[in-house]
Design a binder for this molecule. Structure first.
Ligand SMILES: O=P(O)(O)O[C@H]1O[C@H](CO)[C@@H](O)[C@H]1O
Ligand code: HPA
Length: 305
């Protein structure tokens, strides 16, 4: 259970105020870079960068491939803030702290969260290097009672019982598919279900088979908790997984995945993911995304519609 005093609205406000006092940029889009995917943050123009270690209340990155900078800047003429490096529960952080930046984003005025990750393929039709647009998720930790929203609900962020049936924005997913078509990416851009596990160990064979049976197409150790908190506070969410490895589901194999391999593939394919997201950001037009008004979005969300 989180320490209540650290979970407060005021604690998030303090961090947001600190950032707003140091940058004049007021982005509406936030991007989280997954393992080895920091290249996206590097392409922002007019960058203002803050080390996580300097930002009050912010957790610190401890994983290779997660650099530890919050970067404000412009992508395709749109102001964005980019997390170059995210936090995971296996680093020893409670989930409320893993997801703390999301609430700070909300207070900064963010309306759309673009989340990326490196993930292992469970679906046979997925190949290493594919991009999986996240259609939905299985929050295995959440189902087992490890949820970032545990504890007293902060009504200023969102409702006690948020619906998640529309977690990944349909209009933004459709736009991303259009972008993929225009870039000639359709052969390796897929849609699927992401499953979040706790890590840090990779899956046993029996676990991999179970997750696949449950309906997961890809597995990783992040994202779903961030999305739960983002939806709770009314952000629109788009997610994409870079498939870095096949998850072994057979006993008679010599394959052993490790984090270096994950990083090697994500770094090799980072420019492709960057291209997709850059083009997507360029085409995000608030007017053409209906219920783009955060008030409307939140209302629809609370009603579960
Ligand atoms: O989800 P991201 O942060 O991209 O990282 C993925 O890569 C790491 C394993 O190699 C795990 O942290 C897994 O979640
Ligand atoms: O195979 C995986 N399992 C869990 N997390 C991961 N992150 C990248 N690949 C994997």
């Amino acid at each position: 259970m989180q320490a209540k005093e650290n979970f407060s609205f005021e604690y998030c406000r303090e961090t947001a105020d600190w950032l707003q006092a140091r940058t004049k940029q007021r982005p509406r889009i936030a991007i989280i870079c997954g393992s080895g995917l920091g290249l996206l943050a590097d392409s922002l123009k007019n960058q203002e960068s803050f080390r996580y270690t300097d930002i009050p209340n912010f957790p610190h990155s401890t994983v290779t491939g997660h650099d530890g900078h919050l970067i404000f800047g412009e992508l395709q003429g749109k102001l964005c803030v980019c997390m170059k490096g995210r936090f995971h529960m296996y680093e020893g952080y409670p989930l409320w702290k893993v997801t703390f930046p999301i609430r700070v984003f909300k207070l900064l005025g963010i309306e759309i969260l673009l989340v990326t990750n490196a993930a292992g393929a469970l679906a046979e039709s997925f190949h290493i290097g594919d991009l999986m647009i996240i259609r939905d998720h299985i929050n295995l930790l959440g189902l087992a009672g490890q949820n970032p929203l545990l504890g007293p609900n902060e009504e200023r962020f969102g409702p006690r019982f948020p619906a998640l049936s529309d977690a990944y924005d349909g209009k933004i997913r459709a736009l991303a598919m259009e972008v993929a078509r225009d870039l000639g990416y359709t052969s390796f851009v897929k849609e699927g279900v992401y499953c979040m596990v706790g890590g840090p160990n990779f899956e046993s064979i029996a676990e991999a088979r179970l997750l696949h049976l449950l309906g997961a197409d890809a597995v990783g150790m992040s994202t779903a908790a961030e999305v739960v908190v983002a939806r709770h506070c009314g952000l629109r969410v788009f997610g994409v997984s870079l498939i870095t490895n096949q998850v072994t589901k057979e006993y008679d194999t010599q394959e052993h995945i490790d984090h270096h391999e994950v990083l090697e593939v994500s770094q090799r394919r980072a420019s492709t993911l960057r291209m997709l997201l850059t083009e997507l950001v360029g085409r995000l037009e608030w007017n053409s995304l209906s219920n783009s008004d955060p008030e409307d979005n939140q209302t629809a969300y609370q009603n579960g519609t």
